[in-house]
Design a protein around this ligand. Structure first.
Ligand code: C2E
Ligand code: CA
Ligand code: CA
Ligand code: CA
Length: 277
C-alpha cells in the first residue's frame, strides 16, 4: 500500500514532466513553423439551412511538423499566445485568408462565400491590430464584408471595454463580427447585446446535449430565439446527427457547421465540394 502511494506520486510527477517537456518542444519548434512551410489552413463549410447550400467557410489552422506530426491548434495556439508568437502567426493567417479569398474569386466564378477567421484575444488587444488589418485588406483588395472575425464569448465578456472598442473599429472597416463558443461558459447577454456583432455561433456543447433532456431543448431554442430578437444570424456548431439538424431547422437556426455537413478540408477540396465524411 505504501509502495503504491509512492508509485502513484512518481507517475504523477513523471506525467507533469512529460507535459512540460512537450510544451518546451513546441515552444522550440513553433517559431520556425512559418518559414518551414509547416502551417496550413483548412476550411470547414458553413451550411445555410434556408438556402440549402454552402455560403461560407471557417479557416482552421493546421500545423504539420516533421517530428511531432500534426499538432492540434488547441495545443499550440495557447502556446503561441503565451509566447507572443500569435502576432506573427495571426498575421500569416489573415494574409493567407485574404489570398485564398482572391484565389476563389478567380477559380470559382460568381463566388460569394464568406471566410471566417478565428481571432485570438491577444491579437485583438495588440495596439496596432486594426491598422494592420486595414492595410492588409487594402493591399490584397478584399471585400471586407466577405470576411468574418470570430471572437470567443468568454474573451469578449472578460475584456469588455477594450474588446468593444476594437470590434467597433473593425466593424467600421466593414468586417463582420461573430461571437464564437456562445454558451460554453457563463453567458452574459447584458454585455453581449452592446457589442457590434452580426453573428452568434452556438457552442457545440449546447448542440450535443439537445437530446439528453427537454430542458436542454428549451435552452437551445431560447438561445436561438433570443439571438434572432437581437437581429443576429445564428450558426450552430458541432452538428453531427440528423436529429440535431432537424431540431435546429425546426427552431429556425440559420446556418450549421459540423461533421454532418462537412469536415475541415483543404481549399482545393472545398472547391470540389469534397468535404463529406
Ligand atoms: P473553434 O473555433 O470553436 O473551432 C471548431 C472546432 O471544432 C474545430 O477544431 C473543428 O474542427 C471542430 N469541429 C467542427 N465540426 C465538429 C463536429 O461536428 N464535431 C466535433 N466534435 N468537432 C467539430 P480544431 O480545428 O481542432 O480547432 C480547435 C480550436 O483551435 C478552435 O475552436 C479555435 O479556438 C482554435 N483555432 C483553430 N484555428 C485557429 C486560428 O486560425 N486562429 C486562432 N486564433 N485559433 C484557432
Ligand atoms: Ca471558431
Ligand atoms: Ca467555436
Ligand atoms: Ca423557437
Amino acid at each position: 500500500v505504501k509502495d503504491s502511494g509512492r508509485a502513484g506520486y512518481l507517475w504523477y510527477s513523471e506525467s507533469i514532466h512529460a507535459a512540460r517537456k512537450r510544451r518546451l518542444t513546441i515552444e522550440n519548434y513553433l517559431p520556425q513553423a512559418i518559414d518551414h512551410n509547416e502551417l496550413l489552413l483548412h476550411y470547414q463549410p458553413k451550411w445555410d439551412l434556408k438556402r440549402n447550400e454552402m455560403t461560407g467557410v471557417e479557416a482552421l489552422l493546421r500545423w504539420n511538423h516533421s517530428q511531432l506530426g500534426a499538432v492540434p491548434p488547441s495545443e499550440f495556439i495557447p502556446i503561441a499566445e503565451s509566447s507572443g508568437l500569435i502576432t506573427v502567426i495571426g498575421d500569416w493567417i489573415l494574409r493567407s485568408v485574404c489570398r485564398q479569398y482572391k484565389e476563389w474569386q478567380i477559380s470559382v466564378p460568381g463566388n460569394t462565400w464568406s471566410i471566417a477567421v478565428n481571432i485570438s484575444g491577444m491579437q485583438l488587444l495588440e495596439p496596432d491590430f486594426v491598422e494592420r488589418v486595414r492595410t492588409m485588406i487594402e493591399e490584397e483588395e478584399v471585400e471586407p464584408s466577405r470576411i468574418e472575425f470570430e471572437v470567443t464569448e468568454s474573451f469578449a465578456i472578460t475584456n469588455f471595454v477594450e474588446v468593444s472598442r476594437v470590434l467597433m473599429q473593425l466593424s467600421e472597416l466593414g468586417i463582420l463580427i461573430s461571437i464564437d463558443d456562445f454558451g460554453a461558459g457563463y453567458s452574459s447577454l447584458k454585455y453581449l447585446c452592446k457589442l457590434p456583432i452580426q453573428i452568434m455561433k452556438i457552442d457545440k456543447s449546447l448542440v450535443e446535449q439537445v437530446y439528453e433532456s427537454v430542458s436542454h431543448q428549451v435552452v437551445l431554442s431560447s438561445v436561438i430565439d433570443m439571438a434572432h430578437q437581437l437581429g443576429l444570424i445564428v450558426v450552430a456548431e458541432g452538428v453531427e446527427t440528423e436529429e440535431q439538424l432537424r431540431f435546429l431547422r425546426d427552431q429556425g437556426c440559420d446556418r450549421i457547421q459540423g461533421y454532418l455537413v462537412g469536415r475541415p478540408v483543404s481549399a482545393e477540396r472545398i472547391v470540389k465540394k469534397d468535404f463529406a465524411i
